[in-house]
Design a protein around this ligand. Structure first.
Ligand code: DCP
Ligand code: MG
Length: 437
């Protein structure tokens, strides 16, 4: 019998036949698409992400597009939502302004997004995932984490094979392709699914985690966006390997809780569980006043402080929300909730506050309120949160400033930085214990 650590103990991703020895092609069907890894049959945490999702759905529905470069986008913001891999070869990328994309790829077919259709297909894929394990955590319309631990008896095969079979089934039954990342933790499963897209199947084992990560850029770490990467760069830190050589205390002294996260993730230590319910939840903060308030002058600073609280929680848990919800309770206990969906998920206090303030402006009509709350729902992973705002440059600047403030606060504590709205008001006037969830 082959041992688990025998790399020859792999299988063919096309016909799912197990291979008896290390080979370049399948012993049965001749396919070169073989999965082989020393920990292949020991790992059970997966991240699955559809390839060029919107574009793949459009190509499925119009076979004439199969060999053409396809860009999905346009709409209000005039940017690329996604591009098929043919268009990507020509340099087209998500979030690129449409005119630039067409400069790079003038013959591309441009299609306006049909969100309803994509949501439907996304749900179909999700249902197929849920047939594999109850532990499915959707992250966005086209991706999810799956915990397949303990499902081997049920499926009669180890998770790796279940996942390869799943990828094949999605191609056959839904007509789009997916990439699979298999590892022992969420962080590396997600990294793995991105390694050889499209139609990828990548495995990152525990034994190789440190060496795999060593030469990768810090931006590969969950939660390290451009702003934070710039701070690390200023401190001379570019690779994850450099983080691996730093002490935890030193990282925490420099970057606060984020330092702790860097320390562990750099070592491939991530114990977050696949959380089935997270999708349904929201993150919010509210406060009841000592005396009823009605004016914007009184309510806005409180809204700002609450937005910061929501934002800081989102940032801590590496999530973002797409819908901002304002909650007001009138003097006679009538509840008013107002919500607005954003173009992109956010975790920034500035965006949450700006949206909340706009919603609030329509409610400050003299009504006396006893409570105000602000929150976000439609939670997703923060990987796609807050793309640069191409229209509102000021908002983009504020977003960058906020990144810097977070870092300072991480270093010196919350009180180190007061924003204009809360200075001497808001948070100070309303002690934290008045704010509840
Ligand atoms: N999307 C969007 N705007 C972005 C990024 C993505 O509207 N800036 C939409 C379009 C994508 C879908 O979300 O099809 C899924 O996002 P992914 O990041 O998974 O991108 P794709 O699935 O398109 O490509 P990939 O093969 O890289 O996963
Ligand atoms: Mg995708």
């Amino acid at each position: 019998m082959l041992s688990v650590n025998d790399p020859a103990h792999g299988f063919c991703r096309d016909c799912l036949t197990r291979q008896s020895k290390a080979a370049r092609r399948c012993e049965r069907c001749g396919s070169p698409r073989l999965a082989a890894h020393p920990e292949l049959y020991a790992l059970s945490l997966a991240h699955i992400d559809c390839d060029a999702f919107y574009a793949a759905v459009e190509k499925r529905d119009n076979p004439e597009l199969a060999d053409k470069p396809v860009i999905i986008g346009g709409g209000k913001r005039g940017v690329v939502s996604t591009a098929c891999y043919i268009a990507r070869i020509n340099g087209v990328r998500s979030a690129m302004p449409m005119f630039k994309a067409l400069e790079a790829c003038p013959h591309a077919v441009v299609i306006k997004p049909d969100m309803e259709k994509y949501a439907r297909v996304g749900r179909e894929v999700r249902q197929m995932m849920q047939a594999l394990t109850p532990l499915v955590q959707p992250i966005s319309i086209d991706e999810a984490f799956l915990d397949l631990a303990g499902t081997e008896r049920l499926h009669g095969m180890p998770p790796a094979l279940v996942l390869a079979r799943f990828a094949r089934q999605v191609e056959k039954e839904i007509g789009i392709t997916v990439s699979v990342g298999l590892s022992y933790c969420k962080f590396l499963a997600k990294v793995a699914s991105d390694l050889n897209k499209p139609r990828g199947f990548s495995v990152i084992g525990e034994a190789e985690a440190l060496s795999f990560l060593a030469d990768k850029p810090v931006t590969m770490i969950w939660g390290v966006g451009k702003a934070f990467a710039a701070v690390l760069e200023r401190d001379g830190v570019r690779s994850i390997g450099q983080l691996q050589r730093m002490e935890r205390a030193e990282l925490m002294r420099r970057y606060g809780t984020m330092g702790d996260r860097l320390y562990h993730l750099a070592r491939g230590e991530d114990d977050r569980a696949v959380d089935v319910d997270r999708e349904a939840k929201s993150v919010s903060a509210e406060t009841t006043f000592n005396e009823d308030l009605s004016s914007a002058a009184d309510l806005v600073p409180i809204l700002r402080a609450l937005s910061e609280k929501v934002s800081s929680r989102l940032k801590k848990s590496g999530i973002a929300g797409r819908t901002v919800v304002l909650k007001l309770k009138t003097k006679d206990f009538k509840l008013r909730t107002r919500n607005r969906q954003l173009a992109d998920p956010t975790r920034l206090a500035d965006r949450i506050f700006a949206t909340g303030r706009e919603l609030l402006s329509r409610e400050t009509d003299g009504t006396l309120y006893r409570l105000i709350g602000i929150g976000v729902s439609d939670l997703t992973d923060d990987a796609r949160a807050d793309p640069p705002d191409l229209v509102d440059r000021q908002a983009d600047k504020r977003a960058k400033a906020e990144g810097a403030i977070d870092i300072l606060r991480g270093k010196f504590g919350r009180a180190a930085v007061e924003t204009g709205y809360t200075f001497g008001k808001g948070r100070n006037a309303h002690p934290p214990e008045a704010v509840d969830d």
